[in-house]
Design a protein around this ligand. Structure first.
Ligand SMILES: [Zn+2]
Ligand SMILES: [Zn+2]
Length: 104
């Protein structure tokens, strides 16, 4: 589980709606958090799955963690896994892969 910058952010990231399984279909859902990339996005309700990546929390103003997207691809590559072709290991589907890395 990732700790978010503030309570408001955690609440929005973890919002669960009984009417919509898909946050992109739910008008109340504002934030899409990608655990595997550590990326936060503002959901754009245009009927698709667009979101706009944000660097600062809209509620507390703190800088959000840096995106780990490039590292995610690097780590998979170093294991000889092609995410487009091969099956992505379970720990790479959320933030578990980060916990396994040495901290710098
Ligand atoms: Zn915040
Ligand atoms: Zn809803």
């Amino acid at each position: 589980m990732t700790n978010h910058c503030c309570e408001a952010m955690s609440r929005h990231v973890n919002v669960r709606c009984d009417q919509h399984d898909d946050p992109f279909a739910c008008p109340d859902a504002l934030i899409k958090f990608s655990a595997k990339f550590q990326e936060y996005g503002l959901i754009i309700h245009d009927g698709g799955t667009s979101s706009s990546t944000i660097d600062f929390c809209p509620w507390c103003g703190r800088r959000l963690p840096e995106s780990q997207r490039d590292r995610w691809f690097d780590e998979l590559e170093s294991r000889g896994i092609d995410p487009w072709e091969d099956e992505v290991p379970a720990e790479f589907q959320d933030d578990r892969w980060l916990a396994a890395l040495p901290r710098d």
